[in-house]
Design a protein around this ligand. Structure first.
Ligand SMILES: Cc1cc2nc3c(=O)[nH]c(=O)nc-3n(C[C@H](O)[C@H](O)[C@H](O)COP(=O)(O)O)c2cc1C
Length: 376
């Protein structure tokens, strides 16, 4: 199986599967002398970790990360920093229960990757979905924790904005609330409703989808490489590459098609209010911070839709590996709404794309070009 590597200059290669001994990744291309401790990575991993509420899978994985290489104590500061060499990260799997899958060993789970993996590779790793398991996304979060440190001043945050058909009320959006409920939900009222709603779904042996929004603040203008590595295209690819993602939007996304030109184009003024007349100010952000595939300096906004978990207790029609028609119900431990734990994964992938493009931008234009206003 190839294509386990993300990125151009900021790259990582992940390895491991759901019920193997360990998962890990090698992050290559990270600049030297960036302060980095295991705790920086662990903090992000802990947000994605399973088993933290009744609304996620009950698999108990501490997801304790070890940094195996690529760091050194800087004599001048006494701090551990990156060396510019490959950073290898390892997480041991400790709570695999392959017997949970013995009943469905030879059956394909509708909506899961078992059938297509078998068609392509001639193997069926039924134990937790093998390489198709979202265990792998822990390594994206780990690499993302490093990526966040590569671009000075960026803040990448995510929130669950819709569960099933139920949207949050954007008027109540409060980033501080995201850490106060088990859903990464910025609307405290809707978060309470999600508790009752997801309990109902879960107890009915079913699952539900979600929409996640990621916002990156502090992104410098100028990132993105037209024509074939547009920043929006790369973000869309990174979001789409997350397990269970079925749709991606940048800025107003599909809703932009309903607008008139004068409503959609973000008008510009000199940024006199902030005492910074050398930079333009945008009066709205329908574009989601990207114009012509290049960041405009506005917040980058992307949303992705996650399908309902395919592993459910409700019996479904399927076939087995011998071609017999049969039924399947998936017991074991599953996320009733995979969109919840997808929030830190989405943040991490946006951070990785931005780090990658930050380094490519620096490689091509050095310290940067003067602002258009400065040249005149
Ligand atoms: C954070 C996260 C957790 C997930 N947990 C589960 C799970 O518990 N059970 C399951 O069947 N699928 C889960 N998935 C989805 C599967 O990994 C995914 O549906 C499967 O690999 C098939 O790939 P596809 O949906 O992208 O086509 C999860 C996805 C994410 C992002």
């Amino acid at each position: 199986m190839s294509f386990n590597t993300f990125g151009h200059l900021f790259r990582f290669t992940s390895f491991g599967e759901s019920h193997g001994a360990a998962i890990g990744c090698v992050v290559d291309g990270c600049p030297p002398r960036i302060p980095l401790d295991a705790a920086d990575i662990q903090r992000e991993l802990d947000r994605r970790r399973p088993g933290q509420s009744r609304f996620t899978t009950q698999r108990q994985e501490p997801d304790a990360v070890k940094i195996l290489s690529g760091v050194f104590t800087d004599e001048a500061t006494g701090k551990q920093v990156t060396t510019g060499t490959p950073i290898a990260l390892l997480i041991e799997n400790v709570d695999q229960r392959s017997k949970d899958y013995s009943d469905i060993k030879d059956k394909y789970r509708p909506g899961h990757a078992g059938y297509t993996y078998d068609v392509k590779y001639g193997l069926h790793d039924y134990r937790g979905g093998g390489r198709a398991s979202a265990r792998e996304t822990a390594m994206r979060v780990a690499a993302g924790a490093i990526a966040r440190k590569v671009v000075p001043g960026i803040v990448v945050r995510g929130a669950l904005v819709q569960m099933g058909p139920h949207r949050i009320d954007r008027a109540r959006w409060d980033w501080k609330e995201v850490g106060n409920n088990p859903f990464f939900c910025p609307d405290p009222v809707q978060a309470k409703f999600f508790e009752r709603y997801l309990d109902e779904v879960r107890k009915a042996g079913s699952s539900v989808g979600a929409v996640i929004e990621i916002v990156a603040d502090g992104v410098p203008a100028g990132l993105g490489a037209p024509v074939y590595a547009k920043l929006d295209a790369e973000i869309a690819a990174a979001m789409m590459g997350i397990n269970a993602v079925k749709g991606v939007e940048i800025g107003d996304g599909f809703a932009a098609a309903e607008l008139r030109g004068e409503d959609n184009a973000d008008e510009m003024r000199k940024d006199a209010n902030l005492g910074n007349e050398r930079k333009p100010r945008f009066l709205s952000n329908h574009a989601g911070g990207i114009l012509g595939g290049i960041s405009s300096g506005q917040p980058i906004v992307t949303r992705f839709a996650v399908k309902p978990t395919s592993s459910i207790l409700t019996p479904r029609k399927t076939v087995d590996r011998c071609g017999n028609e049969t039924e399947i119900m998936t017991k074991g431990r599953h996320d009733p709404c995979v969109g919840i734990r997808a929030v830190p994964v989405g943040e991490a992938m946006v951070a990785c794309v931005l780090a990658d493009h930050y380094l490519m931008h620096r490689g091509q234009v050095g310290e940067g070009t003067p602002w258009p206003f400065e040249k005149r």
